[in-house]
Design a protein around this ligand. Sequence first.
Ligand code: B1M
Length: 233
Amino acid sequence: MADEEDIILSELDDEELVLQMHDDLYDGLKEEIEEGVNILLGRDWAPYDVLTKALVAGMTIVGADFRDGILFVPEVLLAANAMKAGMAILKPLLAETGAPKVGKMVIGTVKGDIHDIGKNLVGMMMEGAGFEVVDLGINNPVEKYLEALEREEADILGMSALLTTTMPYMKVVIDTLKEKGMRENYIVLVGGAPLNEEFGRAIGADAYCRDAAVAVQTAKDFIARKHNKLGAG
Ligand code: B1M
């Protein structure tokens, strides 16, 4: 049987290559992931398909084995780094050039939470759809969100949380916006693996977004409604 070193990625067909990329992501092989992404792009794959079918699907496998105690933090970090390297190649391709900006979003992962892959992906897809994105990074306290929203005159606040222990912090941010009389100034979208629609409603967000594509569509819908309202008023 061929061992890992014998595999020449460019000689695999698309299906084999995608499966191999899932393995390489699992093993945290950054250079192989970069090579795989470039090969698929060279075969005229749409950047979004490379992202979802090769990278995000691979990360789902990593997630399951992390949950089941088969993989541990150091391995998952390596996988995350490989994923980010692949995403970096796709980023400029997902971003439309010269499109008029349709709105501005401030996005960040909430306090206590350092997961940023999903948030980065949402940011990339939003930029690709013509939004201006201000990325606050990870571990954001409420003050940082509020300060950025005002400074940037943003339309949308996006919050990400990947832990059941950090998702309640989204309510802290929304409640503070309400206390300061700022809530109505912003469209608040939330996302992250442990959330659901019910949670989004319960904390007073405008919408829960299951994934990056839904985030883009939801943002577009809300911005269109905002413009209609302004036009009517
Ligand atoms: Co952590 N981790 N992790 N982790 N990690 C999870 C979340 C976990 C579910 C794994 C598991 O047990 N199966 C589990 C949480 C369990 C729970 O809360 N119930 C967990 C845990 C426990 C932990 C630690 C506590 C582990 C430890 O230290 N013992 C620790 C916490 C650190 C902290 O934050 N304080 C920790 C650490 C880490 C790493 C650092 C090793 C690494 C993060 C690296 C990084 O992000 N730079 C990591 C990773 C990679 C994961 C998993 C495996 C993958 C997350 C990911 O990137 N997914 C994850 C397992 C899982 O989620 N299944 C896990 C891919 C990404 C594309 O999907 O982030 O869901 P996702 O984003 C999607 C949607 O959710 C949505 O769109 C995105 C794209 O489609 N979305 C939004 C996300 N944010 C949005 C914002 C929006 C809209 C949509 O705004 C508008």
